[in-house]
Design a protein around this ligand. Structure first.
Ligand code: DGL
Length: 269
C-alpha cells in the first residue's frame, strides 16, 4: 500500500481526495490544507511557488510515496520546480479541463472559471494555445468564491449572488460548457445548476487526475492491492477539526470506513 499526500490551499482538494477514496480506497492518505493562507488565487506567483514547495517537502518528509497537488493554482505556479526537487516520487497536478471542454462543447463556446493566478499563468496560457481556435473560451476569475466555500457557505444566498455575477459573461455568450478550473468549484455544482439549469455541461477533472495517480502507482510487478480501507490523516495549518468536519460535509465518501486522524501543523505559520 502507498502513502499518498494530497494538498490544497484549503478544502478544495477534498474534491480530489473524495475521488481518490472512491477509486483507490485501499491506500493511506494525508490531506494537507493550508487554510490559514487560503485563498492562494490572489497571491503572487513567487509566494505560491515557495509555499507549495514547502508543503510538498513536508509531505515527502512524512514518507509520502506520491503527492497530488490538488490545486490548479499551485500546479500552474509550482509543479515544474516541485518535480525537479522531489524527483524520486510521482507528483501529480491538476489543470483546468479546457481540452475535454473543447471536445464536448456543441456550440464551441466554453466558460473557464478559475483563480486569477491560474488564468494568468504561463502554464495555462500555453495549454490554451494548443487548442483549436474555433473554440471560444471565456475566462473568468472566481474572486471571492474560495473564502465563501472555506467558510462552509457553498450553497448560501451570498455565494449564489456572487456566482451569478461571475457567470454572467459566459451566460450572455451562450456557453454550453463550463470548466471548473479550481478544485474548490466542484462544491458549487449545485449552485451553478440552480443558476444556469441542468443542461449546462460542467467539466471537473478529478476523475482523470485520480486515474493518472492510479497509473503512476502501478508497479512493473502489477497493481498494489489490499482489500481493507486505508487511513486518512487530515492536517491543517489552521484548524484540523474544522477541516475534518468540512470533509464529512462536503465529501460523498464514507469517512467512517477509514481510520481517520487529525493534526494541526503550526510549523508553517
Ligand atoms: N483550490 C485551489 C485551486 O484549485 C486554490 C484556490 C485558492 O486558494 O485560491 O486553484
Amino acid at each position: 500500500m502507498a502513502l499518498i499526500g494530497v494538498f490544497d490551499s484549503g478544502v478544495g482538494g477534498l474534491s480530489i481526495l473524495d475521488e481518490a477514496l472512491r477509486q483507490l480506497p485501499e491506500h493511506d492518505y494525508i490531506y494537507l490544507a493550508d487554510s490559514l493562507n487560503a485563498p492562494y488565487g490572489e497571491k503572487s506567483s513567487e509566494w505560491i511557488a515557495l509555499r507549495s514547495m514547502e508543503l510538498c517537502q513536508y509531505l515527502a518528509a512524512q514518507g509520502c510515496q506520491a503527492i497530488m497537488i490538488a490545486c490548479n493554482t499551485a500546479t500552474a505556479q509550482a509543479i515544474a520546480h516541485i518535480r525537479a526537487e522531489l524527483n524520486s516520487i510521482p507528483i501529480i497536478g491538476v489543470e483546468p479541463g479546457i481540452k475535454p471542454a473543447a471536445m464536448q462543447s456543441h456550440n464551441g463556446v466554453v466558460g473557464v472559471l478559475a483563480t486569477e493566478a491560474t488564468l494568468k499563468s504561463d502554464k495555462f496560457n500555453a495549454l490554451l494555445a494548443t487548442l483549436p481556435s474555433d473554440c471560444h473560451f471565456i475566462k473568468q476569475s472566481g474572486e471571492g468564491l474560495v473564502p465563501l466555500i472555506e467558510a462552509g457557505k457553498a450553497n448560501s444566498e451570498e455565494t449564489l449572488e456572487l456566482l451569478a455575477k461571475h457567470l454572467i459573461t459566459m451566460q450572455d455568450a451562450g456557453a454550453d460548457t463550463i470548466v471548473l478550473g479550481c478544485t474548490h468549484y466542484p462544491f458549487l455544482k449545485k449552485a451553478i445548476r440552480k443558476l444556469l439549469g441542468d443542461s449546462i455541461n460542467l467539466i471537473d477533472t478529478s476523475d482523470a487526475v485520480v486515474r493518472q495517480l492510479k497509473r503512476k502507482l502501478e508497479t512493473p510487478q502489477g497493481k498494489l492491492t489490499n482489500d481493507k480501507a486505508g487511513t486518512v490523516k487530515f492536517i491543517s495549518s489552521k484548524d484540523a477539526e474544522t477541516l475534518h468536519n468540512m470533509a464529512q460535509e462536503l465529501m460523498q465518501s464514507d469517512l467512517s470506513a477509514h481510520h481517520t486522524e487529525l493534526e494541526l501543523v503550526s510549523t508553517f505559520k
